[in-house]
Design a binder for this molecule. Structure first.
Ligand code: AR6
Length: 180
């Protein structure tokens, strides 16, 4: 990630950068999965390709995951020790509980990371690709949920928000600069 652009907030444990999450050396990276947990496109496909076949084998034992929840596996060939698989909401206009479900993805993923003694966790922009969640709204909800969860999770030292492109990064930087 030599080219990664970092926007580090003073006193903050939350960082936004541009990069490929499969390359991040964190204790856990989060996967924007679907409820089957058996793989798919987007970041899910990239994570499964980089981790190797053992990942889907372990995922089969988990019997899926509900929207807004999260489950953890090993990272196999990834530089990350664990993968936390969460299922974001499909955007249906915003009146069907999407913000709460998206916030729950971040919160439950961080709680699970803390349970497994992870100090560093990297997230993609959950739901903002195939699931159609507007990236600006998703960034605001993500940062609010992460800030709130980190208050109870002192063991988590660093949360990286990994944007796949400059535009997604700009939304995160803007949301990080907002006070509350
Ligand atoms: N590193 C970081 N971010 C990435 C990467 C990567 N390697 N690849 C894509 N992104 P999406 P969703 C960004 O579609 O919207 C799958 O089929 C991407 O640009 O991966 O939650 C699952 O199986 C976007 O900003 O996830 C589900 O069926 C963000 O990751 C469905 O897609 C999320 O895009 C989940 O859809």
């Amino acid at each position: 990630l030599q080219d990664a652009q970092c926007e580090r907030q003073a006193m903050s444990r939350i960082t936004s950068l541009v990069g490929d999450i499969t390359k991040i050396e964190a204790d856990a990276i989060v996967n924007a999965a679907n409820s089957s947990l058996l793989g798919g496109g987007g970041v899910d496909g990239a994570i499964h390709r980089a981790a190797g076949q053992e990942l889907v084998q372990e995922c089969r034992l988990l019997h899926g995951c509900k929207t807004g929840q999260a489950k953890i596996t090993s990272g196999y060939r990834l530089p990350a020790r664990h993968v936390i698989h969460t299922v974001g909401p499909v955007w249906r206009g915003g009146e069907e509980g999407e913000p709460d479900l998206l916030a729950s993805c971040y919160e439950t993923s961080l709680r699970l990371a803390a349970e497994y003694s992870c100090k560093t966790v990297a997230f993609p922009a959950i739901s903002t690709g195939i699931y159609g969640y507007p990236a600006d709204l998703a960034a605001g909800t993500a940062i609010k949920a992460i800030r709130s969860a980190l208050g109870d999770l002192p063991g988590i030292e660093s949360v990286m928000l990994v944007a796949f492109d400059e535009q997604a990064h700009a939304h995160l930087v803007k949301a990080l600069k907002r006070k509350e």
